[in-house]
Design a protein around this ligand. Structure first.
Ligand code: MCN
Length: 814
């Protein structure tokens, strides 16, 4: 079935209410913490209070005899018995040598490298007893100087060595593009615009923190791990093959209802491994529930780039070449996909929506004494979009062009389009989304709104961002050639039951995205059966054949495509059964609206009768066909999908306090064919909120001397709240993806990718008349006020303003 035929099926494009919400809204959800196993004990991790220290000794003598204590394990207990956490993506330096891959032990061996590093695990009858005993574990630390900021790491002057395998703390250097060709264009360009910026470090905060419950069964030597995770099969593969050396089939991983992940639950974490291993040592099931402070310290963080970018233009503002350099903070150890984020997922997006013919990008990646940094909603693509869209707006201002005009002059209009940074876009219509966004944002009446703001004594600014992203990562062979150590296909199984209802088993994982509804819509549409008759099973290696999980907005375009392939097989087999029953040849059978018919006759059979016949094969071509109607398919995409759009933000700024209010926010996205507009709108809203959160509120701050996390709770880490936003104006355009059978493009990260530069461009537009050219995220009242005071004055005339601290970076307290 072609993508156009698919888009016209019933249920496709219908805003059906989410099937899963019935259980979520009535308290019947089954989250990992809701799992209670027989003989369940509780684990608490002893974590490093220091950013960098030698561990001279660990004394458990007092702790081990405390009430309820069952076992205590530290680095010496696991040393030599298991591997460390693996990194799933190999990056090579320009000279072909591999990146530095220091060990990432499950429990620290000899040294701790960030505040929160796991030193020991205490297992006791109750959580309180485990916590008390953990506090009684005596660790003798010899504190070492810490290296915290990526800017300091890049200077190579700290004198700190975090891993002996990387004496200068550099993990890799990586580059993409033809430097000489780019430099030659810059040498003769009519105009060059430059920009320095920081992409601030973020801490993911899903509603449900990380949780795991592990059990070992002595009878069959099998382990079961319930865990809040986004890709259970990948977690199982990494844990068995790389860390514990167990046969894969002896471990079952179940990720039941998961209360959000945003990337932070893709990874294999040390706690999951420690629990699984300890469950056998102690012959007890063991539960660990992270508290929020632990999550702040030990979940993988996101972003943390320092970049310099330049655009060469002709006299009319046409982009001729771009070059950039980025220093990326990887934290203390390599998390599962950390190395791909500032390289493959970042640099390849730097063409954006524009025809820039030449691009050169260099990335230096550094270890620091901070929590590991890995994929967080958007993963590399928000960083690319922020850099590019800030640069493009700066180009507009330098060239005295409108933010819209410079974009329109440079938009790609011919597809497919081969970018100079490896990707080939299949479709898009960037003028369409820009035009629609401008209409919806009522940009024609912006001048009147600006005057009205000025009359109130406020500043008003407007900011544009035209983003593109690459979702549904990507052909396995290409990803493999680029360093991926895993495949990137998806698996789907369709089990048609004798009564014609269907269970779908998908390797994708839903942790808020509504797959139980949208995947059911796809199946119901194809088979012409009620959506209520389709159930979706995910997140269980014991029930789903295989899967690569959910990240990179891949689920509908890759997971859904696998389901479509399995449905093709179901349809082909069912047609043979129908042909037999209606005494026609296979080629004469049509299937539409849930009915099989014989071409040119009025003979018909409903889908349910054919399903029943497959399981009650009394009148059946048993010599040619097996009974049953159950098919599995694996789908490996031939390309990424490329959602894109234009976002327009209008802000008002209070001159007295520097407080920024987002007054209007308009987003027009192209997600190709849309299965469920309500769910897509929810995804976009959530993403925009996260993006504006980064732009205005959220910031992870470590003390630069000690490496202590200063924003380790919601008191200091400013999460966005509903009252921080206006109602967003959302709309879509549609150029269906050309290479998957649904025509869909991913929508799950778009909002977080497109929105930060729109907000900061708006803030800078408002502050421009005061001479402010630069401002890093988050544009907190303190920073904006500081920038306003500085304005166009020279540095020596600037008032002395204290540096930004954790307590001044959030929303105003008054
Ligand atoms: N969809 C659709 N039509 C389209 C595209 C998508 O109807 N053209 C639907 C899909 O069927 C699915 C939802 O929209 O129900 C999101 O689909 P997709 O864009 O394929 O993204 P994924 O399902 O793969 O979700 C991953 C993406 C990512 S990478 C992050 S991070 C993220 C996000 O989704 N984390 C989330 N959204 C989240 N939403 C919630 N509530 N919680 C998270 O942790």
């Amino acid at each position: 079935m072609g993508a156009n035929d698919f888009a016209s099926l019933p249920h496709i494009g219908e805003s059906l209410k989410r099937k899963e919400d019935a259980r979520f809204l009535t308290g019947a959800g089954q989250y990992t913490a809701d799992v209670f196993l027989e003989r369940q004990a509780h684990a608490v991790f002893v974590r490093s209070p220091h950013a960098h220290a030698n561990v001279n000794s660990i004394d458990i003598s007092a702790a081990k005899d405390m009430p309820g204590v069952i076992g205590i394990f530290s680095g010496k207990d696991i040393d030599g018995k298991m591997g460390g956490l693996p990194c799933g993506w190999l990056i090579n330096n320009p000279d072909g040598t591999p990146m530095k891959e220091p060990p990432h032990p499950i429990l620290a061996i000899g040294k701790v490298r960030y505040v929160g590093d796991h030193v020991a695990v205490v297992v006791a009858e109750t959580q309180e007893q485990a916590r008390n005993a953990a506090e009684a574990v005596q660790v003798d630390y010899e504190v070492l100087p810490a290296l915290v900021s990526v800017a300091d790491a890049a200077k190579k002057a700290s004198g700190v060595t975090i891993h002996e395998q990387a004496a200068d703390n550099q993990c890799y250097k990586w580059a993409l593009g033809d430097k000489a060709a780019v430099d030659a264009v810059f040498a003769t360009a009519a105009h060059v615009t430059t920009l320095d910026l920081v992409n601030n470090r973020l801490i993911p905060n899903a509603i449900e923190p990380r949780v795991a419950v592990a059990a070992y069964n002595r009878a069959n030597e099998e382990y079961t791990l319930y865990v809040a995770n986004q890709n259970p099969h990948v977690e199982r593969l990494l844990m068995t093959a790389f860390v514990l050396g167990l046969p894969e089939h002896k471990v079952r991983i179940i990720a039941p209802d998961v209360g959000g992940g945003f990337g932070s639950k893709i990874f294999l974490y040390a706690e999951d491994v420690a629990l699984t291993w300890a469950s056998k040592q102690l012959n007890r099931s063991i539960k660990w529930v992270a508290d929020r402070s632990e999550s702040f310290l030990s979940d993988a963080h996101g972003r943390d780039h320092v970049s310099h970018a330049e655009m060469a233009m002709d006299k009319d503002g046409k982009f001729l070449a771009m070059r950039a350099h980025t220093d990326a903070n990887l934290g203390a150890y390599l998390s599962t996909f950390a190395t791909a984020v500032p390289t493959i997922l970042y640099a390849t997006l730097l063409a954006g929506q524009y025809t820039t013919p030449l691009i050169y990008i260099e990335v230096d990646a550094w270890f620091t004494n901070t929590a590991p940094v890995d994929a967080y909603r958007g993963a590399g693509r928000p960083e690319a979009t922020y850099l590019l869209e800030r640069l493009v707006t700066r180009c507009a201002w330098d060239m005295k062009l409108g933010q819209d005009e410079i974009r329109k002059r440079n938009f790609i209009t011919q597809f497919p389009y081969q970018t100079p940074v490896a990707l080939q876009y299949d479709t898009g219509d960037f003028h369409a989304s820009m035009n629609k966004a401008q209409q919806l944002a009522e940009v024609d009446s912006y001048a009147a709104r600006k005057s009205a703001s000025e009359a109130k004594g406020k500043l008003r600014g407007i900011g544009y961002s035209s983003y593109i992203e690459a979702c549904g990562i990507a052909p396995s062979n290409i990803a493999g050639a680029l360093g991926a150590r895993a495949g990137l296909f998806e698996c789907g199984e369709i089990r048609v039951h004798p009564t014609g209802s269907v269970t779908v088993f998908t390797g994708s994982h839903s942790h808020g995205q509504g797959h139980e509804t949208t995947f059911a819509q796809v199946v119901a549409a194809r088979l012409g059966i009620p959506v209520e008759n389709v159930d979706v099973v995910h997140g269980d290696t014991g029930r789903v054949p295989f899967g690569m999980g959910t990240y990179g907005s891949r689920s509908i375009s890759v997971g859904g495509a696998a389901i479509m392939k399995a449905l093709d097989k179901i349809e082909a087999k069912a047609k043979k059964i129908a042909a037999h029953l209606m005494e026609a040849s296979d080629a004469d059978i049509d299937f539409a609206n849930g009915e099989f018919s014989v071409k040119g006759t009025d003979k018909k059979l409903p889908f349910g009768s054919v399903a029943l016949t497959a399981y009650v094969p009394h009148n059946y071509p048993l010599d040619k066909l097996e009974p049953g109607l159950n098919e599995t398919a694996f789908y490996d995409p031939t390309n990424f999908t490329f959602p894109g759009g234009t976002y327009i933000c209008e802000v008002e700024i209070d001159k007295a306090t520097g407080e920024v209010t987002v007054d209007r926010f308009t987003a027009v996205d192209d997600f190709g064919t849309i299965i469920n507009p309500m769910i897509v709108e929810g995804q976009v809203q959530g993403g925009i909120v996260q993006g504006i959160g980064q732009a205005l509120l959220e910031n992870c701050v470590y003390d630069n001397e000690t490496g202590q996390l200063l924003t380790g709770s919601f008191m200091d880490y400013a999460m966005p709240r509903a009252a921080d936003f206006p109602n967003f104006k959302l709309d879509t355009t549609c150029t269906p993806c050309t290479h998957n059978p649904l025509g869909t493009k991913g929508c799950g990260e778009a909002g977080a990718i497109g929105s930060p530069p729109a907000v900061i461009n708006a803030v800078l537009d408002a502050l421009g008349p005061l001479g402010v050219k630069d401002l890093d995220m988050p544009a907190s009242p303190h920073r904006v006020w500081e920038a306003m005071q500085r304005g166009s004055t020279t540095p020596t005339q600037q008032p002395q303003i204290p540096p930004l601290t954790a307590s001044t970076q959030g929303r105003p307290t008054a």
